[in-house]
Write a protein that binds this ligand. Structure first.
Ligand code: ZN
Length: 256
């Protein structure tokens, strides 16, 4: 059994026995990991309260070769997700980040850049950044990193550039915008407004850290926000294969 060290975000904590928990962790270097934390539920246990949902922790774990759970041997708290005690929309947004990480990645498939994105997103939620654009930024960039970003400029059917127009067809199954010629016969097509599409493009091409995005970019008009949540929720539900659990709570983000 190899002993591994890495940073991790706690995605899920399930009670396993009177004293132990089973954790789902999104680690920096090993991707998603399922691990047993023996004694985690004991007061004054070995993990000293480090294993809270969405906490950033530095861990040591023993990798099991088969399907068995890995074994967590150390966890040091680096940062708690403090929004959990403050505003409900920030808490839901954090849960949603955890849900997407869990749904969109496989066990043992490392995505260090996605880890960095998740870490900075949780920090942004904790430090008072506006919630709706923070969530949208995470969704768009996460899909880009995982190769699931829908085509936003060229028709996903024929590759031609989509002309500037008031409304553009967006194929949920096809995975992106559709030109007038390719649209007929496509299943699950929604229509997206010029400003909605422009906003998605802006988020999809935003590089670098938070400070390189000016604040105006981060405040979405109410109308655009509602529209984008609709399109994006549908696209993600299609991608994952079911509606994410947290979507019903994200209504908060569409309106506020
Ligand atoms: Zn086309």
């Amino acid at each position: 059994m190899a002993s591994e060290k890495t940073q991790a975000i706690v995605l899920r904590v399930v009670e396993f026995s009177e004293t132990s928990c089973v954790l789902t962790l999104f680690t920096e270097h090993f991707g998603k990991v399922g691990a047993l934390a023996k004694g985690a539920r004991r007061p004054k246990g070995p993990f000293e309260g480090a294993l809270d949902l969405l906490a950033l922790v530095r861990i040591v774990f023993l990798r099991k070769s088969s399907d068995a759970l890995d074994l967590l041997t150390e966890a040091k708290l680096q940062r708690r997700f403090r929004s959990a005690q403050r505003e409900l929309p920030r808490l839901y947004a954090g849960y949603y980040v955890a849900e997407l990480l869990s749904e969109l990645t496989d066990n043992g498939d490392p995505h260090p850049e996605l880890f960095a994105l998740a870490d900075e997103t949780l920090l942004a939620l904790d430090s008072g950044r506006p919630v709706a654009p923070t969530v949208l930024r995470f969704e768009v960039l996460a899909l880009r990193l995982l190769g699931h970003l829908p085509s936003l400029d060229e028709c996903v059917g024929c590759g031609q550039s989509i002309p500037e127009q008031d409304r553009t067809a967006f194929g949920l199954v096809a995975g992106g915008v559709l030109c007038a010629r390719c649209r007929p016969g496509q299943r699950q097509v929604v229509s997206i407004t010029r400003s909605g599409l422009a906003t998605l493009r802006r988020f999809a091409t935003a590089h670098g850290d938070w400070d390189s995005l000016v604040l105006e970019d981060l405040v979405l008009e109410d109308k655009v926000r509602g529209e984008l949540r609709g399109v994006w929720n549908n696209y993600l539900a299609h991608l994952i294969g079911h509606k994410p659990r947290m979507h019903e709570y994200l209504g908060v983000l569409a309106s506020g």
